[in-house]
Design a protein around this ligand. Structure first.
Ligand code: MN
Length: 397
C-alpha cells in the first residue's frame, strides 16, 4: 500500500544534492522530476513555456489554471500506465529534500468542527452553553500568520509568552507548559479573485487547487490569557506545519460524501448543492524521543460541519479577495468519540485525563523532544491514496 498511488499524483517542490528546488509529482517511493520531463518534450501541447516548473514554488504553475495543471497530471498518469516514464525523470524520495510547495500570501484558520467547538466551549467557557450564538450561522475563522508556516520535518521551538496562573491575579513570563497540536487539513487557493468580488458556493471549487495536512501548533496557556476580546494571537502564530505534497481536488473526486445536516438553515449565500465533504481518514501519532509511535487520535475530514465551499463563500462575501497560494485551514477536526478528538486539549480534557502511550508512558500536553505525526488516507474500492505525513519535533525553548 502506498500513499502515492497512480490515482494520487500530488504536486510538490523538491531538491536534491545536485539540483535546486523544482516541481515534482510523487509516485510510490519516487518523484517525477517535472522540469526534466518537460525538457524531453513530454508536455508539448500542454505547456508552451515550462519555466514555471523550474521555480522554487508552485504559485506560477498553479496560476496557469486547472485545465493546464490537470492536463499535465493526466499526461504523467498516462506515461506511468504505459510504463514509458524515462529513467532520467526519476528521483528517489529518500534522496530528496522537500520544501514549502507554495509561497503562502495569506493564511486563514477556520473553526468548523462542531465537536471541537463544543468541546473547547465547554472547557474555556460554559459547559451548558458551549456553542456561541453565531456558530451555526457562519463559519467562524480568524486571520493567521503565513510567515511561520513550515514544511513537515522542521523542528518547532517551544514558545515563550505571558500566561496567567490560576491562583494569581498577575501574569508571568515563561515557556508554554501546555503546548498542543491541532489536527487540521488546509486547502490552497488556485485562482485569484478581485477585491469586491463574492465567490459563491457554486463557484468555490474553481478556486481550490488542492489540499495538505495541517498541524496548527497551539500554546493553550498563552491562548487562554490573550484571546479575549480579539481572538488567537501569539498562542498560535509561532508555527504551523504542513505536509509537503499537495493532493489535487481531481484526485479527491472519488471521496466526496454528504456533509452533516445544518440546523437551523443557513443564509442563502451559504447554501450549496451536491456532495461537498470528503471521506479522508486522519490519524495523529505522538513519538517520544527514542520510543515507539503511539496513535492518540483517529478522526475523519468528513465530520466537518462547514465545508470548504461555504468557508470560501463566507470569506469573500464582504469582497475580500483571495490570491493563488493563500492557505485556508479547516480548524481542528474532532469526531464524536473521545479517541477522535483532534487536539491534546480535548484528548486529555484540559489536562485532567492523561493520554496513555505505548510502553506505559502518559501525556497531557506535548513534552520536549516529542514528535507529532499526522497522516491522512482515503480509500474507495480499488482507488486509494494518502497525503504522506506532516511531522514536527518540539525542541526546548
Ligand atoms: Mn486551529
Amino acid at each position: 500500500m502506498t500513499d502515492f498511488s497512480i490515482h494520487n499524483l500530488p504536486f510538490g517542490i523538491f531538491s536534491t544534492a545536485g539540483t535546486s528546488p523544482r516541481a515534482g509529482i510523487a509516485f510510490e517511493d519516487k518523484i517525477v522530476d517535472l522540469p526534466a520531463l518537460a525538457a524531453l518534450g513530454f508536455f508539448e501541447g500542454i505547456l508552451s513555456d515550462a519555466s514555471t516548473l523550474a521555480q522554487p514554488v508552485l504559485n506560477d504553475f498553479i496560476r496557469l489554471g486547472k485545465k493546464t495543471t490537470g492536463a499535465l497530471r493526466l499526461r504523467v498518469q498516462e506515461l506511468l500506465r504505459a510504463g514509458e516514464m524515462p529513467e532520467s525523470a526519476w528521483v528517489a524520495q529518500a534522496t530528496a529534500q522537500m520544501h514549502l510547495p507554495v509561497a503562502i500570501g495569506d493564511y486563514t484558520d477556520f473553526y468548523s468542527s462542531i465537536e471541537h467547538a463544543t468541546n473547547v466551549g465547554k472547557m474555556f467557557r460554559d459547559p451548558d452553553n458551549a456553542l456561541l450564538p453565531n456558530w451555526r450561522h457562519l463559519p467562524v475563522g480568524y486571520h493567521g500568520r503565513a510567515s511561520s508556516i513550515v514544511v513537515s520535518g522542521t523542528p518547532v521551538k517551544r514558545p515563550f509568552g505571558q500566561v496567567k496562573p490560576k491562583d494569581s491575579e498577575l501574569p508571568v513570563y515563561q515557556a508554554s507548559a501546555r503546548l498542543d497540536f491541532e489536527l487540521e487539513m488546509a486547502f490552497i487557493i488556485g485562482k485569484d479573485s478581485e477585491m469586491g468580488q463574492q465567490i459563491s458556493t457554486a463557484e468555490a471549487e474553481d478556486y481550490i487547487f488542492g489540499m495538505v495536512l495541517f498541524n496548527d501548533w497551539s500554546a493553550r496557556d498563552i491562548q487562554n490569557w490573550e484571546y479575549v476580546p480579539l481572538g488567537p494571537f501569539l498562542g498560535k502564530n509561532f508555527a504551523s506545519s504542513i505536509s509537503p505534497w499537495i493532493v489535487t481536488m481531481e484526485a479527491l473526486e472519488p471521496f466526496r460524501v454528504a456533509g452533516p445536516e445544518q440546523q437551523p438553515a443557513v443564509l442563502p449565500y451559504l447554501q450549496y448543492e451536491g456532495l461537498k465533504n470528503y471521506d479522508i481518514r486522519l490519524e495523529v501519532s505522538l513519538q517520544p524521543e527514542g520510543a515507539a509511535e503511539s496513535v492518540i487520535c483517529r478522526s475523519n475530514f468528513r465530520y466537518m460541519y462547514w465545508n470548504m465551499c461555504q468557508q470560501l463563500a463566507h470569506h469573500t462575501v464582504n469582497g475580500c479577495n483571495v490570491r493563488v497560494g493563500d492557505m485556508m485551514a479547516s480548524g481542528t477536526i474532532s469526531g464524536h468519540e473521545p479517541d477522535s478528538y483532534g487536539s491534546m486539549l480535548e484528548l486529555s480534557w484540559s489536562g485532567t485525563k492523561p493520554i496513555a502511550l505505548e510502553g506505559g508512558d502518559t501525556r497531557t500536553f506535548i513534552q520536549n523532544n516529542d514528535t507529532i505525526i499526522m497522516r491522512g488516507y482515503a480509500e474507495k474500492g480499488e482507488v486509494q491514496l494518502g497525503f504522506g505525513a506532516v511531522s514536527g519535533k518540539v525542541v526546548p525553548a
